[in-house]
Each structure stands twice: as structure tokens, then as C-alpha cells.
Design a protein. Structure first.
Length: 283
């Protein structure tokens, strides 16, 4: 087995290789003067491969496609896409729109595909390969437990995302809830936890991803106004676009906790053990 990391997942691929007592395969990634990507795997041996590459940008997707093509002589190609770009565009909302998640999935030529907490599980059906979604709730739970929080409460930002909060809370053995928006009049809206009082509790708002952070920032302010002690923000995928980090700290977040599906400074949790155990199960 060879572990090949794309340019967006160098650290994660190296951690997975270490978990498996393997040496990660070194690749060269450069660009031609016209901006086109050049990719080369610096290993001539043909073996079963696992390519690990998040597709955060269009260039990251191209790198993944090049790596897959470079491994065409390998007997088995496993592809791990820790964060899959375009996964939220899983259906047509207006006439004339593409299903971008389907368009991306159809480009992946592999024997197996693995994602991590993909935004919509239905996207897995678009791959022309056996596709599986891995759940990072246990890794997040371990980290939250290590913080020694005061009477913690895991909160989902809405009812639709409560599954991740529930699974994580059960791993830790703490309460969970979700935020409910109540409109009292045209201009009067309140957001609060549905079932559990937040007063004098440490709160962890948990979602699969944080993009711009706008809704999260408002939720942090409201929870603190309702008597919460410290409010943490946790996610699997730290997209954190534009000025999201500054907005969240301006709102009073204690810390931002994320995994390394997207490699950012906030990626204090690694999903390498999750991916490694899955790969071990294939052998």
C-alpha cells in the first residue's frame, strides 16, 4: 500500500501513513508559466495506492485527477476526499443549473472513494465507484473531552444538523441541543436552545463546516447574552472564508476547533486515525 498526499492534504496524508507505519510517497507539484498544474509521483513502483486530497479549490480537484491518472497502472486505487468541494450543490434549485456535486463525482475514476462528513450523503450515489462517508464525531469528542469544560453542552446550529451534535455528545457523555429561531413579529427574532438552559454552562456549537461564520457569530453573541460561560465553535471542515475568523472572535468565541480535512491553523484535531483504521479494514 502506498499513501499519496495531494497538495491540499500533505500533513493529513503523512499522519495517515504514520498511523499505518508507512512512508508517504513524495510527489512534485509545480506550475507551468501559463498557470497549468504539473504533477509527478516520485516513485516508480506499482502497488495499491490510497490518494488523499481535499478538493477545496478547483486547482485541488485538478491535482486529484492528475494523481489518479498517474496511478493508472496500480491494481487498486482508493481515493480519500476529506473535504469535497461542490458537495453542497447536490440538486437543481433553478432551471438551467448543473448538479455540480454530480459533475465532480463523475470525474473520479477509482475503485473506492471515501469522504469525511460530507454535507449531503446523497452525493455518494453520484460516484462511479463504491463510495463511503466517514464520521469524525469520535475524534471531535475526544478533543472536547480533553478541554475539561464546565458542565458542557453540545449545540447544533439548527435542527437539521443535530445528528453530528448528538453523536459527539454521546461519545463524551454530555447533553446536546439545537438552536431554534423564533420570529415574534416582522423585525423581532430570537435564537435560543430548544430544550436546555445555557446559563452558567460552557457551550460548544458544532457543525459539519463553517464557511463565512455570519450565523455562528450571531449565535455566539446571543448565547453569551443568555448567560453562557465560554462559547466554543467546532466543525469538521474549517472553510473559514474571507474574514470569518475575525468575525467569530469579535463575537466573543473562546476558540475555534476544527479537524485537518482542510489544513488551517484551527485544525487541532486530526482525522488520520479514522482514515487509517478504514484503510486497515480493506486489507
Amino acid at each position: 500500500m502506498k499513501i499519496i498526499g495531494g497538495p491540499a492534504s500533505q500533513a493529513l496524508a503523512s499522519r495517515v501513513a504514520r498511523e499505518l507505519n508507512l512512508t508517504p510517497t513524495v510527489c512534485d507539484f509545480t506550475k507551468f508559466p501559463d498557470g497549468e498544474l504539473y504533477t509527478r509521483i516520485l516513485d516508480e513502483d506499482v502497488d495499491e495506492v490510497t490518494i488523499i486530497q481535499s478538493t477545496t479549490t478547483d486547482t485541488d480537484l485538478m491535482a486529484l485527477l492528475q494523481l489518479i491518472d498517474a496511478c493508472e497502472d496500480s491494481p487498486v486505487i482508493n481515493v480519500v476526499i476529506p473535504y469535497m468541494g461542490y458537495a453542497r450543490q447536490d440538486k437543481k434549485f433553478k432551471h438551467g443549473e448543473p448538479i455540480s456535486a454530480r459533475a465532480v463525482a463523475r470525474t473520479i475514476n477509482a475503485d473506492r472513494v471515501f469522504t469525511v462528513n460530507i454535507h449531503e450523503a446523497s452525493v455518494l450515489d453520484y460516484f462511479n465507484a463504491d463510495a463511503f462517508d466517514l464520521n469524525a464525531s469520535q475524534q471531535i469528542a475526544y478533543y472536547i473531552r480533553s478541554l475539561g469544560l464546565s458542565n458542557p453542552l453540545i449545540v447544533s446550529p439548527d435542527k437539521g444538523a443535530i445528528d453530528l451534535a448528538e453523536r459527539t455528545a454521546r461519545e463524551i457523555g454530555v447533553d446536546y441541543d439545537y438552536l431554534e429561531k423564533v420570529r415574534h413579529s416582522g423585525d423581532s427574532v430570537t435564537i435560543k436552545t430548544k430544550n436546555v438552559d445555557v446559563k452558567d454552562r460552557d457551550i460548544v456549537i458544532l457543525d459539519d463546516m463553517i464557511a463565512t461564520g455570519g450565523t455562528m457569530a450571531e449565535s455566539i453573541k446571543l448565547l453569551k447574552s443568555q448567560g453562557a460561560k465560554d462559547v466554543y465553535l467546532a466543525c469538521v471542515h474549517p472553510v473559514l472564508a474571507r474574514n470569518a475568523v475575525m468575525r467569530l472572535f469579535n463575537a466573543g468565541v473562546k476558540d475555534i476547533i476544527a479537524t485537518d480535512t482542510i489544513e488551517k491553523s484551527q485544525s487541532c484535531i486530526t482525522v488520520a486515525p479514522l482514515i487509517a483504521s478504514t484503510i486497515k479494514g480493506l486489507q
